[in-house]
Design a binder for this molecule. Structure first.
Ligand SMILES: C[S@@+](CC[C@H](N)C(=O)[O-])C[C@H]1O[C@@H](n2cnc3c(N)ncnc32)[C@H](O)[C@@H]1O
Length: 362
């Protein structure tokens, strides 16, 4: 699928961004990404979220007493049980190559996590970090930590010893599942078990290459939240230890996926009201949209797909932006949200003119 109305260009203010190739009327669908390249639904929501279309059971229950979980399920001996909103979703999921393989892998990861619980005395220190967790964060420090964990993973004996006492946390298991879902997709495409759903912005790229082409936020993320590095190293070690051999080959790419997850992934929400975040996903092509505090594009999740529609008419060569945050806030709150969670200073037109207003004498 090609998208003739949009064009990827480099900006002076925010890396690459999408622009209008021609004037576009309000309400036009300019891009859709049919499936997430990596995703996870949080453990607590798995019975309530359809594994095929991500429909949330509680959104459809009309009165008190209505069931808030789905009852149609797929349970194969080798796989994690998953639930569906309709028989149609179940049939679609079961006839695809990717969903059942991800469920198989998730069953393995769930069992492997239980084995890591044997030592529950981690108390904040993890030998996987070089020089302890308080060292200054630089790119060299991060690179050294990754070299060390790759070295650990090169010996099955040392890796097993480490993993059996690592006490992987629940959120680290969720991150592992998300990375594993990308690895399964790569495996399926490489072995031609299914054709990739190509909905690329850069049409020559397959979804895997496109995901790895996204901007990395590794250094900014780890600098703001140093504990993320230890979590990512544990996820890497855990995946090297737990995945079957044919998938383990792809684990070296985990660092690149993890570096691109924060800063590019979208939350999977229950609906427009965004009361509950059910998990997250990486819709690779969709992450080329920059942010604006006065956006002209609206992002909507339609089942597994992300659709992008103009929210007003757009002129030729105008930048096409969504909003990453609540834009009803003041410039100070917006800046704080973008800098804390997205690690950048917003250079959109609204922020620039509000900045000038702040600077000018009253
Ligand atoms: C999801 S990516 C968007 C695509 C990205 N520009 C690229 O080249 O891959 C988000 C990153 O784009 C940049 N960005 C997005 N919106 C911006 C804005 N309004 N002002 C400055 N930088 C922005 C920031 O570096 C941010 O971390």
């Amino acid at each position: 699928m090609t998208w003739p109305l949009i064009d990827l260009r480099t900006t002076p203010h925010g890396g690459r961004s999408l622009f209008a190739f021609q004037p576009i009327a309000q309400g036009t669908k300019i891009f859709a990404c049919e499936v997430p390249f990596a995703h996870v639904i949080y453990k607590d929501y798995r019975r309530e979220v359809c594994a095929q279309c991500f429909a949330y059971a509680a959104s459809t229950s009309r009165s008190i007493g209505d069931s808030r979980t789905w009852s149609i399920r797929s349970c194969r001996a080798t796989a994690e049980t998953v639930w569906f909103c309709t028989d149609e979703c179940k049939v679609t999921w079961e006839s695809g190559a990717i969903g059942p393989l991800i469920a198989d892998v998730n069953a393995l990861l769930g069992k492997a996590k239980i084995a890591t619980r044997r030592n529950s005395a981690r108390d904040g220190y993890d030998p996987i970090l070089p020089n302890g967790p308080t060292a200054q964060i630089t790119q060299d420090y991060i690179d050294k930590a990754w070299t060390d964990v790759e070295d650990l993973a090169s010996s099955r004996t040392r890796l097993s010893a480490y993993c059996l006492t690592m006490n992987l946390e629940d959120m680290e298991l969720e991150i592992s599942r998300s990375v594993a879902s990308a690895i399964v997709q790569r495996y399926v495409f490489d072995h031609r078990l299914a054709s990739p759903v190509v909905s690329s912005i850069i049409s020559a790229l397959d979804p895997w290459t496109e995901a790895l082409d996204l901007q990395s936020s590794e250094l900014s993320n780890v600098s703001v939240r140093p504990y993320i590095l230890a979590a990512h190293l544990r996820v890497y070690a855990f995946l090297c230890h737990s995945l079957p051999k044919h998938l383990r080959l792809y684990v070296p790419t985990a660092r690149h996926i993890l570096a691109r997850d924060t800063g590019n992934a979208f939350g999977i929400w229950d609906g427009d009201s965004r009361d509950e975040m059910l998990g997250w996903g990486l819709w690779a092509g969709a992450s080329y949209f920059n942010h604006s505090c006065c956006p002209n594009v609206k992002k909507t999740r339609v089942g597994r797909a992300m659709h992008f529609t103009t929210s007003r008419s757009v002129e030729i060569d105008e930048e096409l932006c969504i909003s990453y945050i609540d834009t009803d806030q003041t410039i100070t709150q917006r800046r704080r949200d973008l800098e804390d969670s997205w690690f950048f200073k917003c250079r959109c037109q609204r922020c620039q003119s509000e900045e000038l207003g702040e600077a000018s004498p009253h």
